[in-house]
Design a protein around this ligand. Structure first.
Ligand code: SF4
Length: 380
């Protein structure tokens, strides 16, 4: 059986005002410590959950944080440690999240030589004012240069992350960012709506009435125009926020949405295996203390019962463009969604949020935009 591995590198050179991930300001000492705790966590898990380690890795994903702050030599160590504990498929997808500034020198070439075969670049916008509003450290020119550098280093498979709904953004500036983004010929583009989360500086600004965001109807239009534009440019949508040229969908992320097994290592990382979900603590000091004491650094764990599994299959299935096979749901879970939620689904279809086609239930582009609302209606 195969499994995906996620490694959470919790450091960034600067914390962005909208970021809700578990991240800290980095230092050389912290980076070095990260490597030794990675080994500690692997070792402890291999002693306590042996069945995990008979799985072969289909994907490895270095996320964060900004893992591209690590040197190539440090990745060589992380990959070597990973291969000490796991067998890895020869065609495994090995992804790394990177900030443009880290890709301006010769790092991307070194990453490629190590066997990392997919980069996800945190570009966010190709408009200077919007980058400033987002508190990013790179310029639009540097982002474009980084994409070029990545391509020249041999990466055909790279993603660009973009954000819409940014303070000061207009429909025109969003379209200009999209047009510039496709010129860099990435294999994959993700477009995320800026959401204001409680733990962030943007939240405080919003509470104080000091954050001016584009109105929701403009954000909705940005999303819909993004979908239309990217599809026209050959980037097929396969998930709410994800678009790829043929053959370049993210295997790692697809596995999440298809409820396949994955293991997350590092503080705040989540795992799903054998009908159990668990998450590591969202605190580096506690994570380290627990590992030092020989304890799994877990914050919570839960068994997924039948009801929860149905809910997950529906929620994750609806995130994807292909939607959910209604017959599959009946065979796998004995659940007939049309019988259980028929009246609600009919109403959502009239509102142009969902559609049923060839035995599959899926969200429309408009439905994708309001998917959170739909989900809370399906599972109040
Ligand atoms: S670089 Fe990414 S992970 Fe780091 S603070 Fe900014 S948004 Fe968060």
């Amino acid at each position: 059986m195969s499994i995906g591995l996620y490694i959470h590198f919790p450091f960034c050179s600067k914390i962005c005002p909208y970021c809700d991930f578990y991240v800290l300001r980095e230092s050389k000492a912290k980076r070095t410590a990260f490597l030794s705790y990675y080994e500690k966590e692997l070792k402890l898990l291999s002693e306590r959950k042996q069945e995990l380690f008979s799985q072969k890795l289909e994907t490895i994903y270095f996320g964060g944080g900004t893992p591209s702050l690590l040197e190539a030599g440090q990745f060589a160590i992380l990959l070597k440690l990973t291969k000490k504990y796991f067998a890895v498929f020869s065609n495994a997808e090995i992804s790394l999240e990177a900030n443009p500034n880290d890709l301006l020198g010769n790092k991307s070439e070194a990453f490629h030589r190590l066997g990392i075969n997919r980069l996800s670049i945190g570009v966010q916008s190709l408009n200077e004012n919007e980058l400033k509003a987002l508190g990013r450290e790179h310029s639009a020119r540097q982002a474009a240069e980084a994409a070029q550098n990545v391509r020249n280093s041999g990466f055909e498979n790279f993603n660009i992350d973009l954000i819409f709904g940014v303070p000061g953004q207009t429909l025109i500036s969003w379209e200009q960012t999209l047009e510039k983004a496709v010129k860099g010929r990435p294999a994959h583009i993700s477009t995320y709506s800026l959401t204001i989360e409680e733990r962030t500086s943007f939240y405080k600004l919003q509470q104080a009435g000091k954050l001016q965001l584009p109105p929701d109807e403009i954000c909705q239009e940005m999303y819909l125009r993004g979908v239309e534009f990217l599809e026209k440019e050959g980037y097929g949508q396969y998930e709410i926020s994800n678009f790829a040229r043929s053959g370049f969908q993210s295997r790692h992320n697809r596995n999440y949405w298809q409820r396949k097994s994955y293991l997350g290592l590092g503080p705040s990382a989540h795992s799903f295996f054998s009908n159990q979900r668990w998450a590591n603590v969202r605190s580096l000091p506690i994570y380290q203390r627990k590992l030092d004491a020989g304890q799994p650094p877990r914050e919570f764990e839960e068994d997924i019962d039948q009801r929860k599994a149905i809910e997950e299959a529906l929620l994750l299935g609806l995130r994807q463009k292909e939607g959910i096979g209604l017959e599959n749901l009946k065979v796998e879970f004995g659940y007939d969604v049309e019988k259980e939620k028929g009246a609600l689904l009919n109403r959502l279809a009239v509102q142009n949020f969902v559609q049923k086609e060839n035995g599959r239930l899926r969200l429309t582009p408009l439905g994708f935009y309001v998917s959170d609302k739909i989900v809370s209606e399906l599972f109040p």
